[in-house]
Design a protein around this ligand. Structure first.
Ligand SMILES: [Zn+2]
Length: 482
């Protein structure tokens, strides 16, 4: 990446900050959204168990709403239901949190998400997220891995970002675009601000709701569930502007657009594809459609697009989102749903656990107060992440030696060397010192970092790394089969 990217990003982020958007500033509990009452309103004709049973069939918006309400009523300690806004036609954009702390962010522990059905006629992900909810809440007491995941992660699941499109889609239609768009005929996965090219599409209510949502909660990883192919696709989806002549051909080019965290995105995509029953085989869906080596692809290498959600998540909010194409048929017959659930179940769970890989910690001032909006960069990766109001940051990284560069207005910049190992997160506390009193020209002086080990999970063993005095690993990650 060029320095242009970092300058441009800084400009975007500073501009957005000035405009008053609350980028990662707050972690609202779900009740700050117009959430539902937690009563079920289930009628006489509803199935037993107050509607919290889940069959393998498609659920329309009302049925989906009833199911989510029933689950939140039955599992109040593990779930919270909230709506981030409404579709063009007034349908709620539901999000279910599944976590041991459903209503409050757990300081130092990651929030993660899945968004399904952004294309209304790509229906499998919508149902799989309902089954994921069911699986998580019913396994908490019996499955130690699920218990660990929910005790240490807040999982936000949006079964449908495009309920209006789904409402006109037809079961059994594999390849049409009927129902793909929202009610105003906009493709929501072309409707986000774009770093590489101006996006002139009118922002839609569904997109605006998602932008607001991800500005309020620092999501660490995310998956966007689609259908019509079988592949995990990772940023960037778009490419830098070409010359006018080249631009004509650019949409047909199959040139990768490499993100600063390409290694991590490839890894995350492989976690999904290799835990999937078939994806990693890379078999093409039908003759003439592409086959993807190991079941993964760079987005732009497949085909470039402007205004996609995954590039936006990464570049605006430091959330590592990938796009998961999970069914060759966009809206397969309902009797095939059990197979899709079995094929994707492990992948859906293991991918979210990747939020616990790499380095994370807190940026504090000399008095131990959190520094919000500090820029956190890993040297050699030309993208800045920012701390939350609690001073938290997360940086998913593969094993290796790294240098963290931390800066914030009014403070001297700070650098920390650290090491990442495979099975334990590296915990970093970085103290920033006030720039007041430092003579101009001396402010580049860097004091050694004070890195304090923190133990996020008292039940987990603390393990010291030997390669760096400035990093500590703690809180065992559970990647039982990797
Ligand atoms: Zn799609």
């Amino acid at each position: 990446m060029t320095t242009c990217l970092i300058t441009g990003l800084t400009r975007i982020l500073v501009l957005t900050y000035i405009l008053g958007a609350s980028l990662g500033q707050s972690f609202p509990d779900p009740s700050s959204y117009p959430a539902t009452e937690l009563s079920t309103n289930i009628g006489e004709a509803e199935p037993r168990d107050g509607g919290a049973d889940l069959e393998f069939r498609y659920h329309d918006h009302d049925q989906l709403t009833r199911y989510l309400r029933a689950i939140s009523a039955k599992y109040p300690a593990l779930t919270a239901l909230y709506s981030i806004g409404k579709s063009v036609q007034g349908r709620d954009l539901w999000v279910m949190v599944v976590s041991a702390s459903p209503y409050e962010h757990m300081i130092g522990k990651p929030d993660v998400k899945y968004v399904a059905n952004i294309h209304g006629n790509e229906a499998v992900g919508r149902e799989l997220l309902l089954h994921l909810i069911q699986h998580l809440v019913t396994s908490y007491d019996t499955d130690s891995y699920i218990k660990w995941l929910l005790d240490n992660t807040r999982i936000h699941l949006m079964p449908s970002m495009n309920p209006d499109g789904f409402s006109i889609s037809k079961e059994g239609q594999c390849d049409t675009i009927h129902g793909r768009h929202n009610a105003r005929r906009y493709d929501l996965n072309r409707n986000f601000p774009d770093y590489f090219k101006a996006n002139t599409k009118q922002p839609q209510p569904e997109t605006e709701a998602v932008k607001e949502w991800i500005s309020k909660i620092q999501f660490v990883v995310s998956g966007s569930l689609h259908g019509g192919a079988l592949v995990a696709s990772y940023p960037f989806d778009n490419t830098p502007s070409a010359s006018p002549l080249n631009a004509v051909f650019q949409s047909y080019a199959h040139t990768p657009s490499i993100a600063p965290d390409d290694d991590v995105f490839r890894h995350l995509s492989l976690v999904y594809s290799r835990n999937h029953a078939k994806m990693a085989r890379g078999v093409s869906c039908k003759s003439g459609s592409p086959r993807f080596e190991n079941g993964i692809t760079n987005g732009a290498a497949w085909y470039p697009l402007t205004g996609g959600m995954q590039d936006y998540n990464y570049l605006w909010h430091g959330c590592m989102e990938i796009t998961l194409e999970i069914s060759c048929c966009k809206y397969p017959p309902a009797h095939e749903l059990p197979k899709y659930w079995q094929d994707n179940k492990e992948s859906l769970i293991k991918f979210l656990a990747e939020a616990h890989r790499g380095a994370h910690g807190f940026v504090m001032d000399e008095n131990g107060n959190p520094v919000e909006r500090a820029a956190v960069r890993v040297r050699g990766r030309d993208v800045a992440y920012h701390t939350t109001k609690y001073g938290e940051f997360w940086r998913i990284l593969l094993p290796g030696n790294y240098r963290l560069e931390v800066s914030a207005d009014g403070y001297l910049p700070q650098e920390v060397e650290f090491i990442v190992v495979d099975r334990h997160p590296t915990l970093l506390n970085v103290t920033l010192h006030s720039a007041k009193g430092y003579v101009a020209g001396r402010t580049t002086t860097r004091k050694p970092s004070r890195v304090v080990p923190i133990n996020l999970d008292r039940a987990a063993p603390t393990v010291q790394t030997t390669a760096s005095a400035t990093s500590t690993t703690s809180g065992q990650i559970h990647f039982p089969q990797d």
